[in-house]
Ligand binder design. Sequence first.
Ligand code: NAD
Ligand code: DAU
Length: 352
Amino acid sequence: MILVTGGAGFIGGNFVLDWLANPKAEEIINLDKLTYAGNLATLASLENDPRHIFVHGDIGDRGLVESLLQKYQPRAIVNFAAESHVDRSIHGPADFVQTNVLGTFNLLESARAYWSPLPDNQKSSFRFLHVSTDEVYGSLKADDPPFSETNTYEPNSPYSASKAASDHLVRAWFHTYGLPVLTTNCSNNYGPYHFPEKLIPLVILNALNGKPLPVYGDGQQIRDWLYVADHCSAIRRVLESGQIGETYNVGGWNEKANLDVVNTICAVLDSLRPRSDHQSYSQQITFVADRPGHDRRYAIDARKIERELNWKPQETFDTGIRKTVQWYLDNPVWIEGVVSGSYRDWLKKHYN
Ligand code: NAD
Ligand code: DAU
């Protein structure tokens, strides 16, 4: 079996669902703290599936993690657990240091304590896969080449600095202790079960609710968008065949300016669920104050994972965004469950 952390969040939840969609898949122990971003409704279809063992807890709880490792003896750990929202990291960085830095440290130490005394065959096949972000590389200028695995780390936000710190710890646990680690640095994901504090789900839901579509600054910041199922397949591939100690950049070859992303969502909604007044949803676009320290451009050079592990994304932005908008139209119950509590408080604090 494998231990997944943060498997009730957006990408971790998609990963667990994708993994267990294979009837022959190994069991998953899913350790998640259920912060505001963790949502068991995402995993509702697994309620009666004995291959999914959910544990409510913190990756920073050494006693808990060590007891899970001893009890279940997983052959791998896939670490998704993190505070993941850049804007929240600007308002309150402490949780980011706590989970992303100290939590990863605890997980590495627990993994090392479990892995060190394993018999040689289990020891060599064990993997610690750390899921990270392209934001650790900083911001690109318009004509810079995309980020490759050899770019220097130049994180600019509390979030990306905390992820960069965690990547460095993972690297050090390989070089110093020999722990068999793998790191993936991925670009912006989108798709089903995405919490609506992030640009794409926020815009879909605000559009449908007749609310403003907030675009930061001039809307010309560029992100490289990857459909979440493609990210999940990349992680599976790296787990199967990645070289220990290596990092792999994962991206969609889909660089888009934010304003183009928002206009594309509006156009898809105009065709799938036209406004009652037959005006375009793009009329709801509102330019708002920019994010402090806003990175201008991210782009991933994903040639290493393609060359060495034969992985390529399957979705284009056009196919992926259509599927995503359709998913939000088809899943009002999941959305209703999410649009409550701390999410509402966050909107008031941030956009007022
Ligand atoms: P998310 O915020 O949707 O989910 C994070 C999950 O981790 C939640 O279920 C939360 O409850 C859980 N969690 C938080 N702190 C925890 C702790 N201390 N112990 C146990 N569980 C805890 O995040 P996401 O968008 O799914 O991102 C998952 C990972 O992928 C993160 O490490 C993030 O840095 C990375 N990443 C995200 C993107 C993206 O576009 N969303 C892109 C590249 C990399
Ligand atoms: O690049 C990978 C990263 O992508 C991940 O590591 C992060 O966990 C993930 O949250 C995401 O970070 P971003 O900051 O790029 O994503 P977000 O959806 O918050 O914003 C995308 C872009 O849209 C960014 O340039 C800011 C802008 N934006 C965002 C919001 C929420 C707006 O213009 N308006 C908004 O209301």
